[in-house]
Write a protein that binds this ligand. Structure first.
Ligand code: G3H
Ligand code: 13P
Ligand code: ZN
Length: 308
């Protein structure tokens, strides 16, 4: 099945009141683990590469990995650029075969973010590519840049409507309290569902996106720590909150950290339990299995199983 854009998938997700998992990919084992999990659950899938991931895997290789994925399974798959920071990287991905891009102008003032996004939309749409934009600013670490909680800016519902109308974007990432990385909340986890409902009210039937939505399951954190990791005080978005957002107009939920934790914990365990091993397949293979498990669990939370 060829790559699809997010348009049709989001339309169905809105109607069915579920969300689609957008999983970050960096290498072969990660893409295989994700795809295998989605195949088992019969879930539509968004595979996304950050600029850093694209640089790491290299464009030509990542395209072949994705090509292999679409050749070997019959799921609708979107290939998406995560957090494109400027027009040039979006253009490179559009020209290079991606079916969807994110232009992340969230660090710019409102008017500049609109202009920034519009330029990508004008390039993407005639080429059949969908565009995600972001309004508001998430806390957390992204591409090694840390945004503190006090610098995070929640999305303004009035501005959201104007932003979508003027930029022409196809979906909008909103800031309602999620953040990137493993340390999302200092105290009790809290998302601003009232704000989310207000945004929906201003943008009826419009697909919204949640970044920084990993749940940081404590069993995965403990797993890492048990085998020498030092991930202390981490906290993610509780699964019931993600499930609640998925029933609203949130159509895409981004997951990277949970996959990272599963890989790292598994590899640490393999190293600790079999120090004489030096065959990478004997730790990358189990890591791939662990990713499959994370993806299946997430699909259950998002409600997109059986929707492919
Ligand atoms: O939101 C960012 C994603 O977790 C990707 O992270 O830029 O380190 O690949 P990365
Ligand atoms: P997490 O760090 O919560 O997995 O978020 C990933 C993300 O938003 C990628 O764009
Ligand atoms: Zn993100």
């Amino acid at each position: 099945m060829p790559l699809v854009t997010s348009k049709d998938l989001f339309r169905k997700a809105l109607a069915g009141r579920y969300a689609i998992g957008a999983f970050n990919v960096n290498n072969m084992e990660i893409i295989q683990g994700i795809v295998e999990g989605a195949v088992e659950e019969r879930a539509p899938l968004i595979l996304q590469f950050s600029a850093g991931a694209r640089k790491y895997a290299r464009h030509a290789y990542l395209m072949k990995l994705v090509e292999a994925a679409i050749e070997t399974c019959d799921l609708p798959i979107v290939l998406h650029l995560d957090h494109g920071e400027d027009f040039e990287i979006c253009r490179a991905c559009i020209d290079g075969g991606f079916s969807s891009v994110m232009i992340d102008g969230s660090r710019h003032p409102f008017e500049e973010n609109i202009a920034f996004t519009r330029k990508v939309v004008d390039y993407a749409h005639p080429r059949g590519v969908t565009v995600e934009a972001e309004l508001g600013k998430l806390a957390g670490v992204e591409d090694d840049v840390a945004v503190s909680e006090k610098d995070a800016i929640f999305t303004n519902p009035d501005q959201a409507r104007e932003f979508v109308e003027r930029s022409g974007c196809d979906s909008l990432a909103v800031a309602i309290g999620t953040s990137h990385g493993a340390y999302k909340f200092k105290g009790e986890p809290r998302l601003d569902f009232e704000r989310l409902a207000e945004i929906e009210g201003r943008l009826p039937g419009f697909p919204l996106v949640l970044h920084g939505a990993s749940s940081v399951p404590q069993d995965l954190v403990e797993f890492c720590n048990r085998y020498g990791g030092e991930i202390r005080g981490s906290r993610g978005v509780p699964e019931e909150m993600i499930g609640r957002a998925a029933k609203m107009n949130v159509c895409k939920v981004n997951i990277d950290t949970d996959i990272r934790l599963a890989i790292t914990g598994t590899i640490r365990k393999c190293f600790a339990e079999n120090p004489s091993n030096f065959d990478p397949r004997l730790y990358l293979g189990p890591a791939r299995e662990a990713i499959r498990g994370v993806v299946r669990r997430k699909i259950g939370v998002l409600g997109c199983g059986g929707r492919a």
